[in-house]
Design a protein around this ligand. Structure first.
Ligand code: PMP
Ligand code: GLN
Length: 392
């Protein structure tokens, strides 16, 4: 009899996002757990997709992505960041950043290679490293401002370390790495001859005028950094699953070598629509930030009213709340009670840690929701103190 997934995958169980969304649905809780908007991207983008479905292309896209989309990505990278990439050899389209991460890690790693993950990390990274036959080593962001201790990072590197995964703006903690922080990181990366995958899917959701700095733009980084982004968050179309990578031809070719045997290519007509969207991003992005800033404020105010410990995130669309001021110290038990008794679903942050004790007092709330949804969640959260008994 077959008894469940392979040893490689068994430790990862079910994704926390599926688990918490299921709990939200079962208990009719307001879902601030899984990071998807409860609104759609713009109507003009839908119209462009409908037009592309009507008139084609509706057959397989090129394995590397629709040329129109790769060209739009190249133009945007140059306009926004001064990064110049050849759309034929240095840019490739994937079925979401999720597949880009999987294919990049699997294309780049040799079995036994070590990969450094910065805790808190996105949940798919360790699973992808395991599937590629690699080993993870961990370094945690510390303190209330989630600082990276470079000495700790250096101590984590061994002769077998091949790759570092960086996520800025960070899911779940909202940290946006500053230029000086990235410069310091770049020096370590160069000194130890590491490759880097930077996950920048929230590149356009950064607050308070702080710039998003792609690591690849720093001196010496272009030849060793693969930048991953996604249209899901920027255009509020998470279900379209269109992500992409930019990097030196050799690293992009490695990611393509896996991609051709995973999905081979990404959905054709939606790529054509996204090409138009990326060309409109200069006008679109400032409004996106303004809207998310308002939502951030609504959620922050609601969480502050509950007595949970919160800091405003610099980027992405999540707030990490400290549950200890209310007498709780187990994020999983807290989230379970929150969904079933208060009617709001959130994500236990320990899911983003290998050393789960570091994240056990933190819970992630998503604000990629209409202000009405966030306000309704805020009202329910006010009942937190009366309804819930500390689960310690
Ligand atoms: N990386 C991070 C940090 C994410 O939060 C997500 C979820 N959107 C992804 C990658 C996956 O992106 P996509 O939906 O494009 O697969
Ligand atoms: N990126 C989304 C989040 O962080 C989840 C995407 C997924 O469910 N895989 O919530």
């Amino acid at each position: 009899m077959y008894a469940g997934p392979s040893q490689k995958l068994k430790p990862f169980g079910e994704s926390i996002f599926s688990e918490m969304t299921r709990l939200a649905v079962e208990h009719k809780a307001i879902n601030l757990s899984q990071g998807f908007p409860d609104f759609d991207g713009p109507d003009w983008l839908k119209a462009a997709a409908i037009d592309a479905v009507r008139h084609g292309p509706n057959q397989y896209a090129p394995m590397t992505g629709q040329p129109a989309l790769r060209q739009a990505i190249a133009r945007k990278a140059e306009r926004w960041y001064g990064m110049r990439y050849d759309p034929d050899t240095e840019i490739s389209v994937f079925s979401g950043a999720t597949e880009a991460i999987f294919s990049s890690i699997n294309g780049l790693l040799e079995p036994g290679d070590e990969v450094i993950l910065i805790e808190p990390y996105y949940d798919s990274y360790p699973a992808c490293v395991a599937m590629a036959g690699g080993h993870c080593r961990y370094v945690a962001l510390r303190g209330p401002s989630f600082d990276l201790d470079l000495a700790e990072l250096v101590a984590t590197i061994t002769p077998r370390t091949r790759l570092l995964m960086l996520n800025t703006p960070n899911n779940p903690c909202g940290k946006v790495f500053s230029r000086p922080e990235l410069e310091a990181l770049a020096r370590v990366v160069t000194a130890h001859d590491l490759l880097v995958i930077t996950d920048e899917v929230y590149e356009h959701i950064v607050f308070d005028g702080q710039p998003h700095v792609p690591l690849a733009t720093l001196p010496g980084m272009r030849e060793r950094v693969l930048t991953i982004s996604s249209t899901a968050k920027t255009f509020s179309m998470t279900g379209w699953k269109i992500g992409y990578v930019l990097g030196p031809a050799s690293m992009v070719a490695a990611a393509r070598s896996a991609h051709q045997f995973v999905t081979f290519c990404t959905v054709s007509p939606f790529q054509m629509a996204m090409a138009q969207a990326i060309d409109r991003i200069d006008d679109y992005a400032p409004e996106l930030v303004r809207e998310y800033d308002r939502r951030r404020q609504v959620l922050m105010a609601a969480l502050q009213d509950t007595g949970l410990g919160v800091r405003s995130p610099q980027g992405a669309y999540f707030v990490l709340a400290d549950i200890r001021p209310l007498g709780y110290d187990d994020d999983r038990a807290f989230c379970h009670q929150l969904a079933t008794e208060v009617g709001v679903a959130a994500i236990p942050a320990s899911a983003f840690y290998r050393h789960t004790d570091i994240g056990r007092h933190l819970v992630r709330f998503a604000f990629c929701k209409n202000e009405a949804t966030l306000s309704a969640a805020g009202e329910k959260l006010l009942k937190l103190r009366e309804k819930m008994q500390p689960c310690v």
